[in-house]
Design a protein around this ligand. Sequence first.
Ligand code: F6R
Length: 606
Amino acid sequence: MCGIVGYTGKRQAVQVLLNALSSLEYRGYDSAGISVFEQDTIFTVKTKGRLQNLADRLKAGHIPASSCGIGHTRWATHGEPSDVNAHPHATAKLSLVHNGIIENYQALKNSLAVKGYTFLSQTDSEVAACLIDSLYEGDPIEAIRQAQQQIEGAYSFTILFKHHPGEIYATRCSSPLIVAAGEGEYFVASDIPAILPYTRKYALLKEKEIVKVTPDGIVIYEGETAHEPVYQTANWTVEQAQKNGYEHFMRKEIYEQPQALKNTVHPRIADGLPAFEAQDNIPDGFWKRFSRISIVACGTAMHAGMVGRNLIERFARIPVDCDIASEFRYRDPILTKDTLVILISQSGETADTLAALRLAKERGVTTLAIVNVAGSSISREADYVIHTYAGPEIAVASTKAYSVQLSILYLVAFKLAFAQNQLCADEVRKLTGGLLHAIDQTPRALFLDEEIKGYIRRYETLKDLFFLGRGLDYALSMEGSLKLKEISYIHCEAYAAGELKHGTISLITDHVPVVAVATQQALLPKMVSNIKEVCSRGAQVLLICKEGASIDPEIYDHCLRLPDLEDCFMPLVGVIVLQLIAYHTAVLRKCDVDKPRNLAKSVTVE
Ligand code: F6R
């Protein structure tokens, strides 16, 4: 949450900063601001609302011809979204942008007030700016180092010091930050998409490293030593991080799923069996070691984990817990030596998931992360990592990241089943073949796009909706419900279909819309009974089932038919339909699909 960028080089800094911030806006869009050097001073413009407001304000006023500056796009934590709480925060000596939360900001604020500092905003970030200002005596690195000793919490800072024109200083602790090098120009950014139009050469900053960025290069200060960054090349392209003709990133990312699935799964199959040795450096013996599994994640990633729990228990017969990361941490989980903790995260920066990982490591259990963003904190800190190859996911609502997480969980379940002698090689080969076939069938779910668009016209003014499902369809319903409420602002709930009659059915009255996910052949008779229960209370049912399922048309208003796959693979096609329902409903209701209100893509605060 919050996007940070810094630039020094030969170009017009304002333009570069605005451009880079537009790629980081998914991290928050409550306000935006920039500071650039102009002659012997620092020029700052910031404004509440989207980046476009900032661009308009700059256009209407003055655009300094500067080649060095910093920028910020905010997801508000301390203090409402407003001009004054927007970053950068300026003091007499510096201008600073911050991503993270400073936990002891009140104590720091009190002691700075005693020294005569006054505060314009309600933010913890302004306190950090004043603290560094109070410690600065000519050496930015020393001031930042001393501030680090006093600050508790998570931060990445990028700072301009008034007496160091052309230079940018930055540091991080538990919040992401990269540096990048072009030809005679250098960058600091929260994430890779910001730098892609200019360079693909980047380096990750380690915890508490301090970096000095000038037009001549980058120096990293670590304790008493200084060194140049060790660069790597981003394998994400500019095209991947752009809309490429699609109206929204979300739609583009929904359509990218068949390819993302292939990219993720194909390199991990050898001789028809799941293989993680070559791609992920996970030795074959690894999978024999565990007799319990704990899956931990947040939001959509947790919903993928729910499917994973079902798959691992079904095929490998290993007991699996699936926890919301923010709950896991505080319930003193039982983690025995033979437990494998699997963390799932698109960004690899989600604060609660990261904290759960650290807790598991403290307890001495083995951790395996399934992460999309290479080099992210979770991917660096976990004992083992499986990277998903979805490419950059820009829309705040996660789509392709979920699908590729599922695909890895299938492979993990099959691998565990084989390693623990629950299934023989031929049985696993058959399942792996089934997975590849399911992936090949995913475009057929996309073919339902127009039909879905047509049907959901009736959802334009909707207030409430219910999703129902059993088994894997229940996990899928949870995801469908999250997606719909997240981007269309319709209140909806997902229920295990058998649970409805224990209370919630009292909410089902005439014309209440229900999306019944009934893709599990084995559970179909039970599911049909539950659909009849809501039908007889007047519900308007949109049914999602297999092509070949024979279901009495009296019990649904409309039916979306999915390719006939083995039950266990239906989530791969089912989720696409649920994503399209959410997408078209949000478009119809004129919601900001890619940037839903109050949200940010990467939740780096607890
Ligand atoms: C919903 C969504 C969120 C994320 C959650 C975890 O569409 O995107 O629920 O899934 O914030 O994020 P990651 O996967 O980055 O840890």
